[in-house]
Design a protein around this ligand. Structure first.
Ligand code: HEC
Ligand code: HEC
Ligand code: HEC
Length: 93
């Protein structure tokens, strides 16, 4: 659905997602619409596409107030790992 508009990611989505094509971690919603909302019985997706994983925000506000899609899966990792991993994502930044 997302790729109907974001066509530049259609051919090699793994260059953007950095996870194996077809895996849960390569789905657009896994990072951009993570399950960060408390529903009654489970964690739900907010249905807002306003989430861009950001290590600095998570470091500043903590995981409870600034939930991070990466750390939601990589539960054994911390913000330091996240910052390093995100920096490698975009070496030019
Ligand atoms: C109807 C077309 C359309 C669809 C479908 C669509 N997008 Fe977008 N998206 C856009 C446009 C247009 C922009 C703004 C691009 C820009 O500002 O350069 C955008 C921007 C974004 C941004 C950047 C937001 C920001 O703050 O910079 C993300 C992330 C994103 N889309 C993710 C998604 C995801 C995930 C999906 C599927 C769940 C999706 N989009 C579906 C058209 C679409
Ligand atoms: C594993 C996590 C992850 C997945 C999966 C993912 N993205 Fe992203 N996306 C990011 C990160 C991190 C950024 C911000 C860093 C950057 O600018 O590259 C981003 C930025 C964006 C942006 C903002 C414009 C830009 O390039 O900076 C758009 C649009 C976007 N993603 C669309 C998508 C779409 C569409 C999909 C599904 C094909 C997708 N993303 C899957 C992590 C992910
Ligand atoms: C839906 C769950 C999920 C999300 C979201 C996710 N990952 Fe992953 N990640 C995985 C899994 C599973 C693997 C191992 C398999 C693979 O590489 O596809 C992995 C592998 C990795 C690896 C390589 C192996 C390692 O542990 O060093 C890095 C680096 C990584 N992820 C960083 C990130 C970053 C940064 C984000 C957010 C922008 C992110 N991941 C989001 C599940 C996820």
């Amino acid at each position: 659905m997302c790729l109907q508009c974001h066509q530049s990611l259609r051919d090699h989505p793994e260059r953007h997602t950095r996870h194996a094509v077809g895996s849960e971690a390569s789905r657009c919603v896994s990072c951009h619409m993570p399950r960060n909302m408390d529903a009654l019985m489970f964690r739900a997706r907010s249905h807002q596409i306003d989430e861009i994983p950001d290590a600095e925000m998570t470091a500043r506000f903590g995981e409870a107030d600034s939930p991070n899609a990466c750390l939601a899966c990589h539960r054994d990792k911390d913000v330091r790992w996240l910052a390093g991993s995100m920096a490698a994502w975009r070496p030019d930044r």
